[in-house]
Design a protein around this ligand. Structure first.
Ligand code: SF4
Length: 417
């Protein structure tokens, strides 16, 4: 029997575990070299950063648009920063920060903190400033409203990629942000998606994209959503949103991140999305090992692997770059590596993400991913992908898969040739 754990007990445990993780990571925080900076990147991805001081909160909120009301399905919320220049690096990061989750979140026990010295901000470990932080300003359009909704609640800016969840037709009716697995009470155990009514239409998303493009021409889009009870799991709902966005720009990269359609309908649906205007396709296996997959994704794991692979085959045959997330920390690291190899062999680029214990998820009291393991897996993943010629960090297709802000493989690939 699993004994219930209080939040306080959990956070104490996280603090102890984080200390052990940092010992294993063995960062030289006083005199860091490039590899130490990469270790720091991994630690930030897995454990987030602490910025408890309210003054920092104001600075972070204003400069990065951090909003504690935004959707936290994957836990990929945080401050948009560039850092590492002291070591000749150009690391782009969406750093999870306590205040972007909740004051009780796991990041409140992170060993990495933000320090302020002479009006500048630094990532620090053990009180040693390791790198200056260059905050990317929150877009001006964040405060605009579209259809009575704050624009930042429709699409979130992550290093120039606009990430948004589209409303679906579900068991609850039309225009819901939810997922059939949540409605049936078997969500993926790492998922913190909140079910809610979302009365937004495709042109609302297009309007936000137009505002973003007017401010920054280097903008890309990723659309995602939960699954539906329909035969093709919801991917059939994206094309109207893609078409609306395509109408405001001929060349903006648009990525769809969705569960695959059934094998039989793969060609029809992926071709429809291509005609609507997508430029890349992402469908996340999440976990590769069968047993671990069933444990972490009790319902989603029933989607046959063949459906994923058929959709990737079709997309690749139509020259659409293909991507899949594997979550590091929910299975043995050797299984994740096997998954990267399997995907690469089939022309698919892996996005290795660390598991994050987001509030509201079944796994909210699980400890975060070990950054030493995450760094090791990510380095191997980059090597495997290079060997197979699937590029982990080409920016041409844009989207979440090429942003790299929540992971480390893009920073590794771009900076360590
Ligand atoms: S498929 Fe899983 S991760 Fe995705 S929205 Fe549904 S429950 Fe959440």
């Amino acid at each position: 029997m699993i004994l219930p754990i209080t939040l306080d007990e959990y956070l104490k445990r996280v603090e102890v575990v984080n200390r052990e993780f940092m010992n294993q990571l063995n960062i030289n925080s006083k005199n860091p070299d490039r590899e130490d900076m990469f270790k720091l990147d991994s630690a930030i991805s897995c454990l987030g950063v602490r910025a408890d001081n309210d003054i920092f909160y104001d600075v972070l909120k204003i400069s990065s648009g951090t909003d504690d009301k935004i959707e936290k399905r994957t836990g990929n919320v945080g401050i948009n920063v560039i850092y590492g220049q002291e070591n000749g690096l150009n690391f782009r990061k969406v750093a999870p920060v306590e205040k972007a989750y909740d004051t009780k979140g796991f990041t409140s026990r992170s060993p990495i903190e933000i320090l302020s010295e002479s009006g500048k901000f630094y990532f620090a470990v053990d009180g040693n400033s390791m790198s200056e932080i260059n905050f990317m300003d929150a877009p001006k359009w964040y405060s605009n409203e579209v259809n009575g909704v704050k624009a930042s609640s429709i699409l979130q800016n992550e290093l120039g990629n606009l990430m948004g969840t589209i409303p679906l037709i579900t068991k609850e009716g039309a225009g819901y942000q939810t997922c059939i697995y949540i409605e049936n009470e078997v969500p993926c155990n790492f998922c913190g998606l909140e079910s809610k009514k979302k009365d937004l239409i495709p042109t609302d998303y297009a309007e936000v994209v137009k505002m973003a493009l007017d401010e920054n021409s280097n903008t890309t889009v990723t659309l995602t959503a939960g699954n539906t009870p329909t035969k093709n799991r919801g991917i059939e709902y994206y094309s109207d949103f893609v078409k609306a966005i395509r109408k405001v720009s001929d060349n903006i990269p648009i990525e769809v991140e969705a569960s695959p359609p059934t094998k039989q309908d793969s060609y029809k649906i992926i071709e429809e999305l291509l005609d609507a205007g997508i430029t890349s396709y992402m469908s996340n296996l999440e976990v590769y090992d069968k047993v671990a997959r069933k444990a972490a994704l009790p319902a989603k794991s029933n989607i046959p692997l063949e459906d994923y692979m058929k959709s990737f085959d079709v997309a690749n045959s139509l020259y659409l770059p293909t991507y899949s997330v594997l979550i590091v920390g929910l299975e043995d690291k050797s299984s994740t590596i096997d998954g990267v190899e399997f995907l690469a062999r089939n022309g698919v680029t892996t996005v290795p993400l660390p598991f994050k214990p987001v509030q509201g998820a079944e796994y909210q009291f699980r400890t975060p991913t070990n950054p030493a393991v995450f760094a090791e897996v990510s380095i191997q993943a980059v090597e495997i992908m290079r060997d197979y010629g699937v590029n982990p960090s080409a920016r041409s297709s844009g989207g979440c898969s090429q942003c790299g802000g929540c992971s480390v493989e893009c920073n590794r690939d771009r900076n360590f040739k």
